[in-house]
Ligand binder design. Structure first.
Ligand code: ADP
Length: 388
């Protein structure tokens, strides 16, 4: 059995891989971007993941490479593969989590449902899309966006001129993406894990609530996921089944290895549309640490090591995960930890050991139980205690 997993990126996702690595008896080494990051417990080095020599020498110390984020450049990923390093997910899959325009092309090619979309390179093309879609739309940059940065709702063909200028200056002939503004009833996320040998395990679909473009709350499983929806082949199905089918087809269609999250929109008329892809553990799956038999972090390690996947069964009827966002500079999640722990003994509190900055994800709270109303109320109350 391969025994050392190298994680590129030292954020909280890498941090949360450490406890299951201890249980599995594997070693985690982390290449962190700067000293003292969230995953520093397992950090073996500080280095720039854009730099091929840095990444290659890190890779020599591990059996398999995986990631805390999707930003490692394609040329670095390909060089690792050429050097014989197992990389999971591989560059050809990761491409679709790095570039939303390529992702839209691929999802369409796989016959999976997207919002109406187009690649646009100038204000007139944006204007034509707006005219055809009721005067409002969503414009996105293909690369580099996260937590809603790089996403703009527009109603004017000149509203993305600054982004077109940046693309023109770049000189590589890139495009923006424009999408119909989906009038969704809610957002969902479907996670699956896939091993190199092809085994797939799907988690229950969850409901995600975003505030200001940032994931705020996750309910697992998504309430009313057994409601009727139109299946991918047009037959009668349920929201949960359609979500799972979409994620399995994406995982197989692009050859993902490790965890895949497919962010989805559920529309008023029972359709489920793909928003975007993440190929790593995902914020929508943090509930699984406390709420599922196998957490997404353990599952990711199993998948990248090509070990049999664990059960994805929830331990309780409901789990609610709430992100704790940083408050004023200098206020650490740790400061409030004893008070919250005392007040909410059933809440599972996770600190990322990060310095607090307004809006920064510094931890999360999960509460599980039999009644959704109680679980939601307790999780919200515990998380609010940190933010007062
Ligand atoms: P990021 O990569 O920054 O997470 P997303 O593409 O996921 O960006 O968009 C962020 C949020 O913007 C989504 O969670 C959703 O709330 C909203 N959004 C994105 N695309 C659309 C769309 N086509 N219609 C309606 N809302 C959208």
């Amino acid at each position: 059995m391969k025994s050392t997993v190298g994680v590129i990126g030292g954020g909280q996702l890498a941090r949360m891989m450490i406890p299951p690595a201890v249980s599995l008896g594997v070693i985690i080494k982390v290449l962190e971007e700067a000293p003292g990051m969230s995953a520093e417990l397992a950090a073996t080095g500080v280095g720039d993941y854009h730099d091929l020599d840095t990444v290659l020498s890190f890779a020599k110390t591990v059996d398999v490479i995986t990631f805390d984020h999707e930003h490692v450049p394609q040329h670095v990923l390909h060089a690792l593969v050429e050097a014989g390093v197992p990389v999971h997910p591989g560059p050809d899959a990761l491409l679709y989590a790095q570039d939303k325009l390529l992702m839209r092309h691929k999802i369409t090619e796989l016959g999976l449902p997207s919002p109406d979309w187009a690649a646009i390179s100038n204000a007139d093309e944006l204007g034509a899309f707006l005219d055809a879609h009721g005067g409002r739309a969503v414009v996105k940059t293909a690369r580099g966006g996260y937590d809603g940065k790089g996403v703009r709702v527009v109603d004017d063909k000149n509203a993305a001129d600054d982004w077109f200028t940046v693309l023109a200056e770049d000189g590589r002939g890139g495009s923006l993406i424009v999408e119909e503004l989906v009038d969704f009833v809610r957002e969902l996320a479907q996670q699956v894990a896939r091993r190199p040998s092809g085994e797939i395990a799907a988690y229950p679909v969850v409901e995600t609530v975003q505030k200001g473009g940032v994931c705020a709350e996750v309910i697992a499983p998504a309430p009313t996921a057994t409601d009727a929806a139109t299946g991918l082949d047009g037959s009668a199905s349920t929201v949960a089944e359609v979500a799972r089918d979409i994620a399995v087809r994406v995982a197989e269609g692009v050859g993902v290895t490790g965890m895949l999250a497919v962010e989805l929109f559920e529309t008023r008329d029972g359709r489920v549309l793909v928003n975007e892809l993440a190929m790593r553990p995902h914020n929508s799956g943090h509930w699984s640490i406390d709420g599922a038999v196998t957490s997404q972090f353990e599952q990711h390690l199993r998948a990248v090591l090509d070990l049999p996947l664990g059960s994805t069964r929830p331990r309780d009827a409901w789990s609610v995960m709430i992100n704790v966002l940083g408050g004023p500079v200098g206020q650490f999640m740790q400061d409030r930890y004893p008070a919250v722990a005392g007040e909410f003994p059933a809440a599972k509190l996770h600190s990322y050991a990060k310095e607090s900055r307004p809006g920064r994800k510094v931890g999360h709270v999960t509460v599980s139980g039999a009644r959704l109303d109680d679980v939601l109320a307790d999780a919200r109350a515990a998380a609010a205690f940190f933010e007062d």
